[in-house]
Each structure stands twice: as C-alpha cells, then as structure tokens.
Ligand binder design. Structure first.
Ligand SMILES: CC(C)(COP(=O)(O)OP(=O)(O)OC[C@H]1O[C@@H](n2cnc3c(N)ncnc32)[C@H](O)[C@@H]1OP(=O)(O)O)[C@@H](O)C(=O)NCCC(=O)NCCSC(=O)C[C@H](O)C(=O)O
Ligand SMILES: [Mg+2]
Length: 361
C-alpha cells in the first residue's frame, strides 16, 4: 500500500513532479487522425487553432501493416508543426497508443515520449481493465520522462471499453495523479458486454419503451420511444470522474453521415456532465465545438442568476422561478466554462459578449 504522501512523489529519479490538479483545458473535440494516412496527415497543420485536441491514433482503425508508419508519422507531424501541443498554442497534442498487451504498446510509449515527449499533452490508453494498467503506465512514463529530461508530466486518459474497466471505474480514476479523464469506448464495450448491437456508438431502434395499451387494446396504435443505450454507462463515468477531479468524454459516433443523431448523442453527454467528445471526421469538429460550448442564452441566464444571488446565499425569485445556492452553483459551472472557452475562441467570445450587451440595453 502506498502512503498518501507518496502519491505526489515522482515515480523515477529525475522525473517531473506530478500535478496536484488537472488543468481545465478546453477539449470539446478530440479529433482522431491516422498519422500513416498521407491525406489525413496533410490536413493536420491547417487544423491547428480550430480544434481543441488533435489525437494521433495508433490503435484500432490503423491497419496492422501501418502501425510503425503511424508511430513515425506522428513523430514527424509533431516536429513539423511548431505550434501544436506542449502548451505552444491553443491546440493540444494527444495520442492513442496501442493496447498494453499488444505487440506495439511498449514501443509506442518509449518512442513517443523520448522523441516528442515535450509536445505530448495526454496519452490515451485503450482497453484499461483496472488500476494495475494505470500503475504500469504511470511508472513507465516517469522513467521515460526522466530519460528524456522532460520538465512536466504527461497526463493519462483511459478508455472505458471493457466490462471489467467499467466495474473498476472508480479505482482507475484514482490510480494516479496523472489521470486526466475517461472516454467511453462504446464499440469495444458493446462487444465485451455481449450487447446485441453492430454500431460504433449512438442508439438502436430496438431499445425502446412502448406506451401502455388504451382500454386493454394491445393491438391498437401505441407510440414507442427510443431509449439511450449509454445513459447508465455515461452517468457512471461522469460520477467517477467528478469524484476524482478529472474529465469525462463521450467517445466515437461512427455514423459520419448522420450529423443530426451525432449532435443529439453529443448533447446528451454534454448535459450529463461530459466536457467533450471524439471527432472521427472533419465534419464532426464543428458539431462538437457547438454542442460542448454553452449556448449564449444559457450563459446570459447564468450570469443573471449569479448577479441576482449577491453573496450567494438565500433564495430569490427570477422570472417566476426560485433560485438558491444550488442553482447558483450550476450557473457558476456554465459561467466558468464560458469564460475558459471565450479565452481561446474569439467567435464564441463575441457571441457571449453580444448577448450581455443586448440584455443590458
Ligand atoms: C471514417 C473515415 C474512414 C472516412 O474517410 P473518407 O472516406 O476518406 O471520408 P471523406 O471522403 O468524407 O473525407 C474527406 C476528406 O477528409 C479527409 N479526412 C477524413 N477523415 C479525416 C480525419 N479524421 N482527419 C483528417 N482528415 C480526414 C479525407 O482524407 C479526405 O481528404 P481529401 O480526399 O484530401 O479531400 C475517416 O474519416 C477515418 O478513418 N476517420 C478516423 C477513424 C478513427 O480514428 N477510428 C478510430 C476511433 S473509433 C474507435 O476506435 C472505437 C472505440 O475505440 C470504441 O471501442 O468504441
Ligand atoms: Mg475501442
């Protein structure tokens, strides 16, 4: 058993000290690209500044024959794109390494940390089963950071995509001060749970409830309502992250053409507490940026509640509704998020400022 005091000590001589708090950096869209795909790689430099996170994916969706090219491609892209990652600009650089039990996982970590560790903000680890996987990555990263002479720790993001990972979600979140957040991996999780779906995220028309019969007429017309397959899983993930001060994300929405259902799925996750999502195709970036930025009218309302609540205690009536300490806390979540996003997104700042000016007229 580790003492609480050991938790914030570096795990290797010469490694940077662990962070005590995970910085709240905007990460509405984590945009996946395959660094071994020349067309995708060519688009990366122009995406810097317009997407919060660019993630060089080395795991699933990269062909086995291209694994080494993807790893080297990511090194080359990081070196050739000076304002990407490592706090050099607004766009963070993440990677998703291959699974820890795969033939590539170890070399992914050793190569990337030693070659471009100063540019990598977060390493996403797939198929995390329990705290033991995070402990392994934690120590290895510390050794590699020391070797590379890095002065800030690389953070770790785990994908929840096995039933065991789900059962161990709280211990995964608390396994290391490097833990930055969790994403839902609905495709692998569905397979591991033996769910009877064949999609990458999103809903299913068969998962529904049907309205009760009228006057016992079970054959009569009875509306059905499609339900959210992922509600329980996302809510569990959000609670585990909130408890540990780290960030929850929805994962992939594989139907690239169905931009409407994609937006709905993202919005459900946003309302439940997620801070961002994955983007698999350039057209999903704008959807994620829109959904994971509070609407200007909600921000304006939140600001009015903050103002009306004065010292933050007691209860007031605003537009016929009671506001108190608890609604104030919700409004502060919105206002703080809006301020963080406005600081990096001038178009959004303009919208938030315009609605304040309008309200004060
Ligand atoms: C889904 C795709 C295979 C679609 O690619 P494509 O058929 O090429 O789409 P388009 O013709 O519409 O593309 C137009 C141009 O845009 C470029 N492009 C496409 N996607 C990207 C991208 N992600 N980043 C940058 N550029 C992109 C194309 O090359 C075209 O360029 P051009 O011809 O020059 O105009 C493809 O989008 C794709 O592979 N996306 C990433 C998929 C991925 O990363 N999957 C893994 C994450 S999901 C997962 O792993 C499941 C999860 O773990 C779980 O368990 O749930
Ligand atoms: Mg997966």
């Amino acid at each position: 058993m580790r003492s609480a005091k050991d938790f914030f000590a570096p795990l290797a001589v010469g490694a940077p000290a662990p962070l005590r708090e995970i910085p709240a950096r905007p990460s509405r869209a984590i945009h996946f690209f395959d660094p071994s795909n020349p067309k995708m790689a060519a688009k990366v430099p122009d995406m810097v500044g317009s997407v919060d996170v660019l993630l060089g994916n080395l795991e699933d969706a990269v062909k086995a024959d291209n694994k080494l090219a993807a790893r080297q491609g990511l090194v080359d892209i990081a070196r050739a794109t000076p304002d990407l990652g490592g706090g050099r600009g607004p766009t963070q650089l993440w990677t998703r390494v291959n699974a820890l039990d795969s033939p590539w996982g170890l070399d992914d970590l050793t190569t990337l940390v030693t070659e471009i560790g100063d540019r990598l903000d977060v390493v996403m680890v797939p198929k995390v089963q329990g705290a033991e996987d995070i402990h392994y990555v934690d120590r290895l990263l510390a050794q590699l950071e020391a070797k590379a002479g890095l002065d800030r720790p690389i953070l770790v993001h785990a994908i929840l995509e096995t039933a065991r990972g789900m059962v161990n979600v709280e211990e995964i979140c608390g396994a290391s001060p490097r833990m930055q957040g969790l994403s839902l991996g609905p495709a692998d999780l569905a397979a591991d749970r033996r769910m009877k779906t064949t999609r990458v995220g999103g809903g299913h028309p068969g998962y529904l409830v049907r309205q009760d019969p009228v006057d016992g007429d079970i054959e009569g017309s009875r509306p059905t309502y499609q339900q959210d397959l992922w509600h329980y899983t996302i809510a569990r993930m959000v609670d585990a992250c909130a408890m540990h001060g780290i960030y929850p994300y929805y994962g992939p929405f594989g139907d690239i053409t169905d931009v409407v259902a994609c937006e709905d799925q993202f919005r459900n996750a946003f309302l439940l507490g997620c801070v961002g999502t994955w983007s698999l195709h350039p057209k999903q970036i704008a959807i994620a940026n829109r959904v994971f930025s509070p609407a200007p009218e909600d921000v304006a309302h939140a600001r009015r509640v903050v103002e009306a609540m004065g010292d933050g205690t007691g209860a007031v009536m605003l537009d016929g509704k009671m506001e108190d300490d608890a609604s104030l806390k919700q409004c502060l979540v919105m206002v703080e998020l809006a301020e963080q996003l406005a600081a990096i997104d001038p178009a959004l700042k303009e919208q938030y400022d315009a609605i304040v000016t309008e309200a004060s007229r």
